[in-house]
Design a protein around this ligand. Structure first.
Ligand code: ASP
Ligand code: MG
Length: 420
């Protein structure tokens, strides 16, 4: 069995949806478990709905949601012709789920509402694709992944209940393959034991695909993207970016950790644990082999460049010139854990600690406030964190030329610099 994941860009128009169907048809006779993201920028649009709702702007929220609805209904009309009514009814179930909620007043926290609203993007896109594939003669079974993937209630970054999910995959998903070659479902979402919807973090569909690849013991996972494979740098920023045909799990997990937008950082572990190779392929050019990620060690890699914008540098200085001892450092890490902050870089000195984090206003305020009991706190924003794996002196100099380096950290493999 194979696991496929198609991203939002691959289904952002009727033509692209038809094109995806052709790719799927070309694997006729194989058993494929397919995960599809929300259409195009739907997740961003739904985030705006949640913001309006949570701000108490109910009419705005309903109106913004109406746009999402119309866009899906219009697409459906062009995509599905014979069983159009049935498919529309399916979509309407999901519209109703969200609209009920939007008519209430927010009484729980933001993240809870986020997940209840944003999850509908993938439910809508997969319902449409399933109806279209059936109509195009590609028999498939659509499932609501919330019946299978059980999570905790850490909304927006939910943790998987692996035991429960594994049982469900065995009892409810595997048997479907005796009747169908294709089972189609959503990535990115799950549900708690109280049937509340949850999400796994932005771009989480890659991770969902890996969870299923692991539990289904798939022979491989393929992520279909709008690029030819993994590159050593973002080709939009770096004209000389080169394509990487093979990468090891270790390399990819490092790249994702430092912020490369290759795949969701949690994706590799479930694959590595069962030695399942992952292919990154281009849906626009399905004849190209793409990048293969596996246990095979990578050799002779070019410098791999990751640039993270929007960084904040927090400087914590002891108030009375006392040393920054272990207890300060452990208190600080406890704060990180409580605020769910993942610092991108930390450096400890005699009487100060520097840490670089993504500029999330709410988290930085809370961190600064709690730390101000023990430290003098200063914050600088609008910084860039540059990471180069397999760096060379020339590459580092070229990329930092003309900028002020506020902080550097290096190991044998990796160099990082925070730039102003
Ligand atoms: N639709 C979600 C997002 O845009 C999840 C995903 O595509 O992986 O973040
Ligand atoms: Mg996506």
């Amino acid at each position: 069995m194979k696991v496929f994941k198609f991203g939002g860009a691959s289904i952002n128009s009727v033509e692209r949806m038809q094109h995806v169907a052709k790719i799927i048809a070309s694997f006729k006779g194989e058993k494929i478990f397919i995960i599809i993201s929300a259409m195009g920028k739907t997740t961003n649009a739904l985030e705006k709905v949640v913001d309006a709702f949570f701000d108490g702007r109910k009419d705005d929220a309903l109106q913004l949601f109406e746009q999402v609805k119309q866009q899906h209904l219009n697409t459906l009309k062009y995509l599905v012709t014979v069983n159009w009514q049935q498919a529309e009814n399916h979509l309407k179930d999901f519209f109703t789920e969200v609209e009920w909620l939007l008519h209430d007043k927010p009484v729980r926290d933001y993240d809870y509402y986020y997940d209840q609203v944003v999850c509908c993007g993938e439910l809508l896109s997969t319902a449409m694709m399933s109806a279209y594939l059936n109509e195009a003669g590609i028999q498939n079974k659509w499932i609501d992944v919330r019946d299978i993937v059980r999570t905790d209630d850490n909304f927006r970054d939910a943790g998987i209940d692996w035991d429960f999910t594994a049982q469900k995959v065995n009892s409810d998903v595997l048997p479907l393959f005796s009747e169908y070659d294709i089972v189609l479902t959503q990535g990115f979402i799950g549900a708690t034991d109280e049937n509340e919807s949850t999400t796994l973090g932005r771009e989480g569909s890659d991770y969902s695909a890996a969870i299923f690849a692991n539990l289904l013991n798939a022979e491989s996972q393929t992520i279909w993207k709008d690029v030819e494979g993994v590159m050593n740098a973002d080709p939009k920023e770096f004209k000389d970016a080169v394509f990487l045909s093979e990468l090891s799990y270790d390399e990819v997990i490092e790249m994702a950790y430092y912020g490369a937008q290759v795949i969701h950082p949690k994706t590799i572990k479930p694959l590595q644990n069962k030695n399942i190779p992952m292919h990154v392929r281009c849906f626009l050019k399905p004849d190209l082999p793409g990048t293969i990620i596996s246990a095979k060690p990578s050799h002779n890699l070019p410098p791999i460049i990751v640039v993270k914008e929007n960084q904040a540098l927090i400087k914590l200085e002891s108030k009375d010139f006392s040393f920054v001892g272990e207890h300060y450092v452990s208190d600080l890490y406890e704060l990180f854990a409580n605020l769910k902050i993942k610092p991108n870089l930390v450096q400890t000195g005699a009487i100060s600690i520097l840490c670089c984090l993504d500029d999330r206003q709410d988290k930085i305020e809370k961190l600064a406030l709690s730390a101000s009991e023990a430290f003098e706190v200063t914050v600088e924003k609008n910084l860039t964190l540059l990471t180069i794996r397999h760096y060379t002196r020339e590459k580092f100099d070229a990329l930092t030329n003309g900028k002020t380096i506020l902080l550097t950290q290096r190991t044998e493999e990796t160099i990082q610099a925070l730039l102003r």
